[in-house]
Design a binder for this molecule. Sequence first.
Ligand SMILES: [Zn+2]
Length: 118
Amino acid sequence: MKPVKCACCDHFFIPRANNREKQKYCNAPACQNERNRIKNQTYRTKKENDFTFKHFEAQRQQRIRDRRKELNGKREARRSSTLNAFCKTFISMKISSKFHIVDKSALIMNFIDHTIIY
Ligand SMILES: [Zn+2]
């Protein structure tokens, strides 16, 4: 198979057998990033005056933002509930006075660091 010169890094590479006529970029991550950048730019330029597309795209982006905000809220609630559960445990431990804990804040931070909250 004939080697082809990459359009980005100018190195020669062997194109994949199923794509040997069209492949212009090698497999290097930098070249693939460049290829995707150009592809996205071309796509955006093509869709620049398509107002229907822009409208639905804006709606889609808003849905993604809303969903992300909702998930962050749930994550925050879960985190605070974990902390509450810990505080209850801590208070019950304190009441039963089986353990003597000197530094409360260090214990709380240690608990947060070692608990998987996500
Ligand atoms: Zn390349």
